[in-house]
Design a protein around this ligand. Sequence first.
Ligand code: PGA
Length: 253
Amino acid sequence: MRHPLVIGNWKLNGSKHMVNDFIVALRNKLSSVVGCDVVIAPPVAYLDMAKRHLDGSCIALGAQNVDTHFSGAFTGEVSAEMLKDIGVKYIIIGHSDRRTLHKESDDIIAEKFFVSKTVGLVPVLCIGESKTEKEVGQTEDVCVHQIDAILNRMGAKAFENTVIAYEPIWAIGTGKSATPAEAQAVHKFIRGYIAKHDESIAEQVIIQYGGSVNTINAAELFTQPDIDGFLVGSASLIVDSFVMIVKIASSSK
Ligand code: PGA
């Protein structure tokens, strides 16, 4: 049985003050909520501080990026081992911000996935099509291409105990989420594609939806059989909204 998972991707937002207040409130408001794994992914500068505030809670820590190298002359980078060392559990890989703004190729993303798995972090592989690709009917091709980068590097077993986040680029930060039916169709396709390589892994891989998830659309999205949770951006910065989305994903389908 797949366990629901909600991750808050803070992107380039936050402060010491926010980390403190947010985590105190989150722990308090989620103290009686079970049935959904919860992760927050603040900027790297606050990971260690966030970890200390999360100690003793069930809320896990995620990071937003990792380098492909383990150590060496790579100024400005952070390695998977370092993230693991400070208590990070999940690592967001292949977010469209990184694919577009930082020109990360599928090969680089596959390497990041590989180093993360090697040290025991849980990769959250973001995939999804642009508006133009959607308009010309390339959604499935784009997802296949982005999943193949991992399959070709590591095989289907790579997806054991990992997460895929389907995030159509046109839905990210636009306030225009995919409809539940649209999202379900793509999630089903993704699971089916993994099943062609390994059925049991396809059955257990968590497939999150991301892209303008909020307190209004989360419930209907979550009713869809192949939507196992959410990768939440802007709504994850407001503690009450994030808590409400977690509560929705904690309810049985
Ligand atoms: P959004 O961001 O919820 O603000 O659309 C989602 C994401 O980029 O992960």
